[in-house]
Design a protein around this ligand. Structure first.
Ligand code: FMN
Length: 258
């Protein structure tokens, strides 16, 4: 066979992975899941079946996340002594006291390097494309701040100079607070997936940030780059588990089209 002509080579190069979007999704049921999710403050004593809980945790892990770096951990606290302590840390809230499960959702900035390497080694093609490898060698620096904020400070100066030259740059972490925000933003998305998944399975939840952070840190032995973003109380909604109807303010207060 003769050598492929340049047009063929070009066509071959353009071949892309293609994943068709399913069209048979029932919007009404999807809406029902969203609209029936309420913050439930009282649960029955019904347990959540292991496979349901696992499915909800798996759905949490499918949330979109910054650069696929998956900077999160979900700790299901089931040890009775630890759970008792966690309820106390959650200020003894009724939702925590009655929950079948308590899940501490932790944003992490201590595994950026490790997760970047995994993105290369576990890329779902036989080998990660060169651009992917390049991206994951560079991206950890975007979210790292380094020892004594050395990387963060360097970026601050470099970004300022680059922007003065009309260069557009992405969100980055200039300090540990930025890095925490970066990881928390993504972790909250997984939390939402989890509570919607619980609802879809007929269970309910209450996201809680009303907890004593130092106590939770101590209980789970968290390091200073692991941030408990929220505790999710989960279980079956008690008849009187929702305290009042859901209400939101006028949508014009929140939605703008420019
Ligand atoms: C990040 C976050 C933290 C929350 N913390 C608590 C909490 O500690 N205790 C509680 O009873 N509800 C908590 N909530 C629930 C909110 O109060 C609730 O979502 C809001 O009032 C709207 O009600 P709805 O969830 O039923 O729509 C929290 C919600 C979020 C998103």
């Amino acid at each position: 066979m003769s050598n492929p002509n340049p047009t063929d080579v070009k066509a071959e190069k353009k071949e892309r992975y293609f994943e068709p979007a399913p069209q048979d999704i029932d919007v009404e049921n999807f809406k029902k899941v969203i609209q029936s999710r309420r913050s439930v403050r009282k649960f029955t004593d019904k347990a959540i079946p292991v496979e349901v809980l696992d499915d909800c945790l798996d759905m949490a892990l499918l949330a979109p996340n910054s650069s696929n770096l998956q900077p999160w951990t979900f700790v299901v606290v089931q040890n009775p002594a630890k759970k008792k302590q966690l309820v106390k840390a959650c200020l003894g809230q009724l939702a925590a006291r009655t929950a079948a499960e308590l899940i501490v959702c932790i944003a992490r900035t201590d595994r950026v390097d490790e997760m970047a390497k995994k993105n290369i080694s576990e890329f779902p093609f036989p080998e990660a494309p060169a651009a992917v490898k390049k991206y994951y060698k560079f991206i950890p620096y975007n979210y790292m701040t380094g020892y004594l904020n050395a990387v963060g400070n360097f970026k601050k100066v470099a970004f300022k100079i680059a922007r003065s030259l009309d260069k557009q740059l992405p969100v980055t972490a200039f300090n540990p607070a930025d890095a925490k925000l970066w990881a928390s933003k993504t972790t909250a998305l997984a939390c939402e997936n989890m509570v919607l998944a619980l609802r879809a399975h007929g269970f309910d939840s209450c996201m809680m940030e009303g907890f004593d952070e130092p106590m939770v840190r101590k209980l789970l032995k968290l390091n200073d780059q692991q941030f408990p973003v929220m505790v999710i109380a989960a279980g079956e909604r008690a008849e009187d588990g929702v305290f009042f109807p859901q209400y939101r303010f006028d949508r014009d207060l929140f939605i703008q089209k420019v």
